[in-house]
Design a protein around this ligand. Structure first.
Ligand code: SAM
Length: 269
């Protein structure tokens, strides 16, 4: 084929690919029926500010919880976000616990069969909510009554149900009473890692402040990266890597320009 024609065809192919990747193939952000469902973040009403909601979606999307519990549901804003991120992950179930289920807004189609609402009070009904998940909980959002005593009770109530490596997320952690309760429960129960306050947009409603997400990890403090990698390969139906030290300096791009790994792999790699 003529070289000129070949170049033109390549240009057309690249233009079509660009069009697909940047327009047609992009998620329709506000359609909750399409990947990615980050548009759930912008559904109202909700008690969380936008940065906190974006962080919540990203955490669930990234941490891939199987069983989540939210204590404090109201409009269902955070529940919709968690269920949407789980649907994007292709895995996970969430149970929400609240004594007042009337304000709950999400339509069933926005929850993707992943959300169950349990009417009841924390701490006394936490065991019922946990039982509905059918196994140890690996993600908890505590966002119910915003007092020291209530958060102390909520946090203490979920402890027996946490899976090793579970994440516990608190909302409105700029509230001084909530901050104190978190520190007290963590201090009295070994095995928590404080991942810190993840969002820096406090709402000032003196005499206290609101908003802010704080994340704790429970147990499993030594991160088993190899286990996570093996699980990811298994999920994708591919062979797990050997983790041989030969591959410590492996990088497709670096190898291509003579940096990175040198020589042939050893027999046992
Ligand atoms: C701040 S709202 C939850 C907002 C929700 N997480 C969101 O971001 O969309 C607080 C909710 O906690 C609920 N609540 C109050 N006391 C509770 C308790 N003891 N157990 C469970 N929920 C409670 C209230 O009924 C209210 O709906």
């Amino acid at each position: 084929m003529d070289e000129n024609l070949r170049r033109k065809l390549r240009k057309v192919r690249d233009e079509l690919l660009w069009l697909y990747q940047n327009s047609l193939g992009r998620p329709r952000v506000f359609a909750l029926s399409s990947m990615e469902r980050i548009g759930s973040v912008y559904r109202r009403p909700s008690d969380m500010c936008e940065p906190d909601k974006i962080m919540l979606y990203a955490l669930v999307r990234g941490l891939r919880p199987e069983r989540a519990l939210e204590v404090g549901v109201r409009w269902g804003g955070s529940g919709r976000i968690i269920a949407s991120a789980m649907e994007d992950n292709g895995t996970g179930k969430i149970v929400g616990l609240d004594p007042d289920t009337e304000p709950f807004r999400p339509r069933p189609s926005e929850l993707h069969g992943r959300y169950q609402l349990v009417k009841g009070f924390s701490p006394q009904d936490v065991p019922t909510a946990a039982a509905a998940l059918g196994g140890p909980i690996d993600f908890v959002l505590i966002d119910a009554l915003h007092t020291h005593d209530a958060v102390f009770a909520d946090f203490t109530a979920v402890l027996p149900f946490l899976a090793p490596g579970a994440h516990v997320l608190f909302h409105d952690t700029y509230h001084q009473g909530i901050d104190t309760a978190i520190r007290e429960v963590m201090g009295a129960n070994a095995g928590f890692v404080d991942c810190g306050i993840l969002t820096r947009n406090p709402e000032i409603k003196l005499p206290v402040l609101y908003q802010g997400l704080r994340l704790l990890r429970y147990g499993d403090t030594e991160v088993d990266n190899k286990k996570l990698m093996r699980e990811a390969c298994e999920r994708n139906g591919v062979k797990a890597p050997s983790f041989h030290p030969y591959y410590n300096n492996w990088d497709d791009w670096a190898n291509g320009i003579g940096l990175g790994v040198k020589g042939d792999p050893p027999q046992d790699a």
